[in-house]
Design a protein around this ligand. Structure first.
Ligand SMILES: [Zn+2]
Ligand SMILES: [Zn+2]
Length: 198
């Protein structure tokens, strides 16, 4: 069953297909924390240790149905991840590599909240915690068994590259791989402001 995706104000909507094929994790890196401050509502995005709950899936499993023109993009650094969000209400949507041949998107939990089901029932439990050194505290370590699911997910990213299905993505033009929205680059003072807000 598809899982709905929606920005806070409801302008940008869509769904995630094959929710059972995702890999869910929490990232505690400084950039994810700074991004939450950039969007202006860090308490809605970050957990008490500064972690962002992310559902990694292949870009081809994501479909937008409404409000596509609200989709905007920024990056904290010249070579950093492209961070996609809904410009209508600053809801984070997902993070992608700059190279569209690496076809994953880390969907931020905020756009996946749904009154009828929780993340766990659609996407399963958190299977990895990354960049825990920059967490505000000591996140629980994950059992080693979860490595299997991480490897299975990485294999699906490689498969999408080999079979050409990486071209099925809402984030990039399929022929040239250019982002569908011009990534906003922060000025150095904007960047200092969000990095210092952590
Ligand atoms: Zn919105
Ligand atoms: Zn991160």
């Amino acid at each position: 069953m598809n899982h709905p995706l929606r920005c806070r104000c409801g302008t940008l909507k869509g769904y995630v297909s094959h929710p059972e094929r995702v890999n869910r994790g929490v990232c505690y890196c400084r950039d994810c924390q700074a991004y939450a401050h950039f969007l202006g509502k860090p308490a809605d995005i970050l957990d008490e240790m500064g972690g962002t709950d992310v559902v990694a899936t292949l870009a081809k499993y994501l479909t937008f149905t409404h409000g596509f023109e609200s989709l905007a993009c920024m990056s904290l650094t010249k070579n950093g991840l492209l961070r996609w969000y809904a410009s209508c209400c600053n809801t984070p949507i997902g993070n992608t590599p700059r190279d569209f041949k690496v076809s994953f998107v880390g969907l931020v939990h905020t756009c996946l909240e749904d009154p009828t089901r929780n993340l766990e029932s659609s996407f399963g439990p958190v299977r990895m915690r990354v960049n825990t050194k920059t967490a505000k505290g000591r996140p629980k370590s994950m059992p080693i068994s979860t490595i299997t699911s991480v490897l299975r997910f990485l294999a699906s990213v490689i498969r999408a590259r080999l079979d050409g299905s990486y071209k099925l993505t809402p984030f990039f033009a399929p022929d040239r791989g250019t982002p569908v929205a011009q990534p906003k680059m922060l000025t150095s003072s904007e960047r200092d402001r969000v990095m210092n807000a952590i």
